[in-house]
Write a protein that binds this ligand. Structure first.
Ligand code: TXA
Ligand code: MG
Length: 325
């Protein structure tokens, strides 16, 4: 059930007391703590099993708070904040003195965003301060897009879970480094490259990993338990069949164009044509195939336009080599 006013008050109290609150955002669920409480921030890293050098995003209730949290707001950053907040855009800017180094992994920059979810915004307003929140999953695994995912993965390690239903966007925010003259995309996400370029009137660099075709060069992240193998869209059915015959329990991401095609596999998810629907469902599909007991997932990449850029980025990372960091 969606959180009400009393839940919001309770959650704000937990944050004030240095506790951890899982909160819904439009992208994925976050694991939140008071950004100005170093002990609470450290608990996030401990709970996720995340190395403390990995910086967190500070969530704010509105663009009006920006100047309280960062040292300098270049014109470009101001423009992007005005245009895309609240929304799935994170800006990396110079760290303000309010932000402890624990939250930035020791960096002199800080990532900030204003989420577009009524429950998140209500919590941020009731709390008043900034809330550091990585995705509410164990380090390296699939991000949660429902409160049930959070409870299943983190259980009692979280002091309070705010339920805000299923996340509307389904993949994480787009991260833009806005510290310099030329903004750059550090992670593709819910705000598309095309939308950013239209507002800025210039083309943007995207991380090189988005262009690398060979899976296996990126450390695994956003990964289910099952191994993910990426193949050409036209080969999904044949590859799945072959792997199943070789004894794997195969899960298939079947392109919508092939819906209804009989596939010899353990479990099949038909991925929608609409990129927005695909992004919304992506992490749920990976969880579903894990849950079905698959040990191998055969998928293909969508065209890297619009939200397809973020989907392809997450699939490549899911297919990357497994690390034990
Ligand atoms: O949609 C989202 O962004 C979600 C929701 C909960 O807001 N949060 C999220 O957080 O995805 P997390 O911690 O899973 O990913 C944050 C990313 C990390 O890859 C981190 O390296 C990057 O943001 N980041 C944070 N601060 C940074 C900084 N100062 N410079 C460069 N990258 C930074
Ligand atoms: Mg994450």
């Amino acid at each position: 059930m969606t959180a009400g006013t009393r839940d919001i008050e309770k959650a704000a109290g937990v944050l004030r007391a240095g506790g951890l609150v899982a909160l819904p955002t439009e992208t994925v669920y976050g694991l939140g703590a008071d950004a100005e409480n170093p002990a609470a921030v450290s608990r996030i890293f401990h709970t996720k099993g995340r190395p403390p050098s990995h910086p967190l995003i500070v969530h704010l209730s509105g663009a009006g708070q920006l100047d309280d949290w960062v040292a300098d707001v270049p014109e470009t950053a101001r423009l992007l904040a005005e245009r895309f907040w609240p929304g799935p855009l994170t800006l990396v800017l110079r760290r303000g003195t309010r932000v402890p180094l624990e939250a930035t992994g020791g960096l002199e920059t800080v990532a900030v965003r204003v989420p577009a979810h009524p429950v998140a915004l209500a919590l941020l307003s009731a709390f008043g301060g900034g809330v550091t929140a990585p995705s509410a999953n164990r380090f390296g695994s699939v991000s949660p897009t429902t409160a049930q995912h959070v409870r299943a993965e983190l259980g009692d390690a979280v002091d309070f879970v705010l339920d805000g239903g299923s996340c509307e966007v389904g993949v994480e925010s787009t991260i833009v480094d806005a510290t310099g003259e030329t903004p750059a995309i550090l992670r593709p996400g819910g705000v598309t490259r095309e939308d950013l370029e239209a507002v800025l009137g210039r083309t943007l660099a995207v991380p090189s990993t988005s262009h690398v075709r060979v899976p296996g060069q990126h450390p695994s992240h956003y990964a289910p338990r099952a191994r993910v193998v990426l193949v050409e869209p036209g080969k999904v059915v044949a590859e799945a069949q072959l792997a199943q015959e070789l004894g794997h329990r195969v899960g298939v991401f079947l392109p919508a164009s092939l819906a209804g095609t009989p596939v010899k596999a353990h479990a099949v998810v038909t991925v929608p044509d609409s990129l927005a629907a695909y992004a919304r469902g992506l992490y749920g599909y990976l969880r579903e195939l894990d849950h079905a007991g698959c040990d191998l997932i055969i998928a293909s990449l969508p065209a890297e336009e619009g939200l397809g850029l973020a989907i392809a980025n997450r699939l490549r990372r899911a297919a990357g080599p497994r690390t034990t960091v």
